[in-house]
Design a protein around this ligand. Structure first.
Ligand SMILES: CC(C)(COP(=O)(O)OP(=O)(O)OC[C@H]1O[C@@H](n2cnc3c(N)ncnc32)[C@H](O)[C@@H]1OP(=O)(O)O)[C@@H](O)C(=O)NCCC(=O)NCCS
Length: 186
């Protein structure tokens, strides 16, 4: 059985930790920012953000891994989430585990998402014992696709996201993945 999730993961500049009550305010700001949510079907208000945090915490309880709250070590500032989770939709490649990220816009462009994702993927292959980790996003989300490529994930067949209606501009998705034997960072 997968070992209990550690209290936190660490990188040179970042701490990936469990969620605290005071994350709600900056996380709600992030989920209500049009720039951050450009490639999502809708933004989230404060109540929806609180429900999302509860969902993330339940996911940690159930699966012993999840989306970490990420903070800058030097300042202690919350900057968003990075981590692993199990998508809820069904497709020919599910069940699977996805690496995902969402950061406050003022912290983009400093390599924080890939730095935190490396720690999450290491944890996924070592402690959790996964064979493969995937990542998905809208075909329009160039910044996220760039992070996938910088991490060394490779593009698989595109797919239509089943949770979005046919014809929706966000329905076409890319799918990237990496297998444990191809992950050379550990
Ligand atoms: C995707 C995301 C997590 C990237 O995080 P990050 O820490 O900025 O990642 P990086 O610093 O490695 O930047 C990734 C690429 O984005 C581009 N980028 C960074 N900041 C940018 C900005 N302010 N405007 C436009 N492009 C930018 C750069 O081209 C960079 O690639 P490069 O390293 O080859 O120059 C962040 O943009 C984000 O939170 N986006 C909104 C949420 C989202 O789309 N999540 C994924 C949904 S599946």
């Amino acid at each position: 059985m997968t070992k209990q999730a550690p209290q936190f993961l660490e990188t040179d500049r970042l701490k990936l930790r469990h969620w605290r009550k005071d994350d709600l305010e900056p996380f709600a700001r992030l989920n209500g920012d049009r720039r951050v949510m450009e490639w999502f079907p809708k933004m989230l208000d404060r109540d929806e953000t609180a429900a999302f945090i509860k969902y993330i915490q339940d996911h940690f309880e159930t699966h012993r891994f999840g989306l970490w709250a990420v903070e800058i070590k030097e300042s202690g500032e919350f900057i968003g989430f990075v981590g692993l989770w199990k998508p809820k939709f069904e497709a020919d490649f599910t069940p699977c585990v996805e690496v995902g990220w969402r950061l406050l816009a003022e912290h983009w462009g400093q390599g924080f998402a890939p730095e935190a994702a490396i720690a999450s993927i290491d944890d996924g292959f070592e402690r959790i014992g996964l064979d493969e980790i995937m990542s998905f996003t809208s075909i329009h989300n160039k910044k996220s696709i760039r992070v996938m490529e910088k991490l060394g994930l490779t593009r698989q067949a595109d797919f239509e996201h089943p949770q979005l209606p046919e014809g929706h501009f966000l329905r076409p998705h890319v799918r990237y993945s990496i297998r444990k034997e191809d992950w050379h960072r550990a």
